[in-house]
Design a protein around this ligand. Structure first.
Ligand code: HDE
Length: 718
């Protein structure tokens, strides 16, 4: 299994490497087509009945088959992750497109076209394992690269900054965020007193709060969100020269969010929404893809950025230091077993390879301790690196021995170094040629338990983020603050939050405060709190368009389009538009009041995929309603069908309404015969000459994702 190649070398060909992990996992995999046996291999005589003293008598202690089965069942659960408990993962590969020899000696970043197998886990942070996917939260984005020099883990988030600056505050942050300890409510939500109490007393959270209140915290899909390494890391080249680096993952499908009302409804209708979306996309062959992009900063340049690169509450705007794309990440295989792979995978920011190193970011430094420690209780001992999903694909050996669940059988009498008793190359200590060399950063300071004054600016990047948002995005942020704070029972906490917000933007703070039954924001009161710092750097730029999600148009691949039909539906335009959608890579589903088939106006049988009730509008990105008088009338009479369309309208989704189906919008006062259609609504007829144009307009509307500026949205009942 594990380790040595016969020639003692650590290298395999790039092609081998991509397949190496799957091959290794295969050795541990098992199908289900065998005779049932006990764990000892004894074939079961019967899997329905325990051994009893007579058919109506008590069960015998002797029944080793029953005992083994029940005992194993009793111990099936392990502790869930203390944060990021809920997740979904997939296998794939990373391919380098730009060599990084100049910056790093990391083997997997040298050769263009070189592929490295990866396992990637996405997660929410606050909720338990069984919580809903679409809650307002940060998303984890963890990538394990099985490189030829050892495993490298990039354990990031979908938000490029963090709440706090020092690891010392992490347990407090998480205790405040998690359900309150006396009654364990609310589940997977920051909208409660303890969270806002804590963050309102910690102004360093201001920047990240802006992100968490934005649509970044309710992504449409894991496949449509960015990833970030968050901390500043180092790349170190073969000459020992170090550069600072920020890691970014850029999704091929663009970055897109949900509507808040929609996110909450999905949490009930399909709590597995993101997990399912990832699984189904990979299953269909629509492999999710991201570009790896780097911001590389020389040690000299770091001084001139206007903030401290070691402060994890700060980002480097792409407008100041552009991102360079260096590779792509493709997820092309679903796990075979959720527990063995997704649950048992153990990430650690301290899993680095030669050529990648840490900085003194005090949050990162704390993480370097935490991740191994947590696996000890989660995975039950120090040998979790031997679990199939965690094994490296390169050789590994050392004199660490024994412990719970040891799988490796180490041969020979020697388990120490130096020694004279072992023979063979496997016991050599590398003389410094291949080994990991920590960057020899000079450190000459006294020990001190204090925050660097260069971390004191808590607001300027929160303001930068706010200034970089589109009008619709700003509305969403205001609404999110209002929603969250309306759930906070203690008015003084609500007040403290808006007082702090006054330091981000006074108009934002005033707007947020309006419906909260508190006084106007008071910037001076916030400044009087302990922990508040006056220092505010002058921003090098006023706004950074890269921080906005709006405006990105990335095609419509894998977008889900619902087609609402009833008996008498006209197929002409519908078929043309459906084909155009499919050609553009979208997924279409026919929805009706019942499963089976629906007869069209010309008597054709149209297969139905889902019902209005079992696949509601929140499961789709766009809606197409074909024409046909009888079909439109039937849909009008069906409450669920009308609700479907109106809800999609409310969530600003692209709609394409053909012929008589317009009645569904007109009867709700959402379209007028003589007025231009609302934003993102394509209205057409069955007239053959207009069908292609209609299809193109609809596709363009879907590519824009949502039409937030749409009229009358607030008047549609939720
Ligand atoms: Fe984590 N974090 N974290 N974190 N984190 C964990 O490790 C921790 C932080 C992140 O898919 C835990 O195996 C500390 C920042 C992800 O399995 C734990 C601090 C970032 C995941 C832990 C942080 C992250 C975790 C829980 C502050 C973004 C999920 C289970 C000093 C860069 C990994 C586990 C997966 C998981 C500790 C801060 C991302 C307890 C102490 C910043 C994506 O070790």
């Amino acid at each position: 299994m594990a380790s040595s190649r016969p020639d003692g070398s650590r290298k395999t060909k790039a092609g081998d490497a991509a397949a190496a992990k799957n091959k290794q996992l295969e050795a541990f995999s098992q199908g289900t087509d065998n005779l049932l046996t006990t764990n000892q291999g004894v074939v079961l005589p019967d899997n329905h009945n325990s051994l009893k003293a007579g058919v109506r008598g008590p069960t015998l202690l002797e029944d080793f088959i029953l005992r083994e089965k029940i005992t194993h069942f009793d111990h099936e659960r392990i502790p869930e992750r203390v944060v990021h408990a809920r997740g979904a993962a997939a296998h794939g590969y990373f391919e380098l497109t730009k060599p990084l020899v100049e910056y790093t000696k990391a083997d997997f970043l040298q050769e263009v076209g070189g592929r490295t197998p990866v396992f990637v886990r996405f997660s929410t942070v606050a909720g338990s394992r069984g919580s809903a996917d679409t809650v307002r939260d940060v998303r984890g984005f963890s990538v394990k690269f099985y490189t030829r020099e050892g495993n490298y883990d990039l354990v990031g988030n979908n938000i490029p900054v963090f709440f706090i600056q020092d690891a010392m505050k992490f347990p407090d942050l998480v205790h405040a965020l998690k359900p309150e300890p006396h009654h364990e409510m609310p589940q997977a939500s920051s909208a409660h007193d303890t969270f806002w109490d804590f963050v309102s007393l910690m102004p360093e959270t201001s920047h990240m709060l802006m992100w968490v209140m934005s649509d970044r915290a309710i992504p449409r899909s894991y496949r449509m969100m960015e990833g970030f390494g968050v901390h500043t890391f180092r790349l170190v080249n073969a000459r020992g020269v170090s550069h600072f680096v920020k890691f970014h993952w850029k999704p091929k499908l663009g970055k897109h969010g949900l509507a808040w009302d929609e996110a909450q409804k999905i949490a009930g209708k399909d709590p597995d929404f993101h997990r399912r979306d990832l699984w189904e996309a990979i299953d269909r062959g629509d492999f999710p893809e991201w570009e790896l992009a780097l911001q590389i900063v020389s040690e000299d340049k770091a001084e001139s950025l206007g903030f401290d690169l070691l402060d994890p509450t700060k980002l480097i705007p792409e407008e100041l230091v552009p991102v360079t794309v260096v590779g792509k990440l493709v997820l092309n295989r679903n796990p075979d077993n959720f527990f063995s792979e997704t649950e048992q995978v153990a990430f650690h920011p301290g899993h680095v390879v030669p050529g990648i190193d840490f900085t003194n970011d005090p949050l990162l430094q704390g993480r370097l301790f935490s991740y191994t420690d947590t696996q000890l209780s989660r995975l039950g001992g120090p040998n979790f690196h031997e679990l199939p999903i965690n094994r490296g694909v390169c050789p590994f050996h050392n004199f660490q021995r024994d412990g719970m669940h040891r799988m490796q059988i180490n041969k020979g009498r020697v388990s120490y170094e130096p020694n004279t008793l072992a023979t063979g190359s496997e016991f050599r200590v590398d003389g410094g040629q291949q080994g990991f060399q920590s960057h020899p950063e000079a450190l000459e300071s006294p020990k001190i338990r204090r925050r660097s004054p260069s971390f004191d600016d808590h607001f300027s990047q929160a303001t930068l983020f706010w200034n970089s948002q589109s009008p619709a995005e700003k509305e969403h942020i205001i609404a999110a603050y209002q929603f969250e704070l309306s759930k906070v029972e203690v008015p003084a906490i609500r007040q403290r939050v808006v007082d702090n917000l006054a330091h981000v933007d006074i108009k934002l703070a005033r707007k947020v405060a309006e419906p909260l039954g508190i006084g106007p924001p008071d910037a001076k009161a916030a400044a009087g709190q302990s922990g508040f710092r006056e220092s505010r750097a002058k921003p090098l730029i006023e706004a950074a368009p890269s921080l906005s999600m709006e405006g990105a148009v990335n095609g419509i691949q894998t977008r889900r389009v619902a087609v609402l039909i009833a008996p008498g539906v006209e197929l002409g335009a519908f078929k043309v538009i459906q084909q155009a959608l499919l050609d553009a890579g979208a997924v279409t589903k026919v929805i009706a009041s019942h499963l089976g088939v629906v007869a069209s106006s010309s008597g054709q049988q149209v297969p139905v995929d889902h019902t209005f009730a079992n696949m509601p509008s929140v499961m789709f990105d766009a809606v197409l309603v074909p024409g046909g008088a009888a079909s439109a009338q039937a849909l009008m009479r069906h409450g669920d069908a009308r609700h479907f369309l109106l809800e999609a309208y409310k969530h600003c989704k692209p709609l394409c309404i053909i012929g008589e189906a317009i009645e569904l919008l007109q009867s709700a006062g959402l379209a007028q015969a003589d007025a231009p259609p609302p934003a993102g609504v394509i209205i057409g007829t069955n007239e053959p000459t207009t069908r292609l144009q209609m299809a193109q307009d609809f596709i363009a509307a879907i590519a824009r994702h949502r039409h937030w500026g749409r009229a009358l949205v607030d008047e549609v009942p939720a």
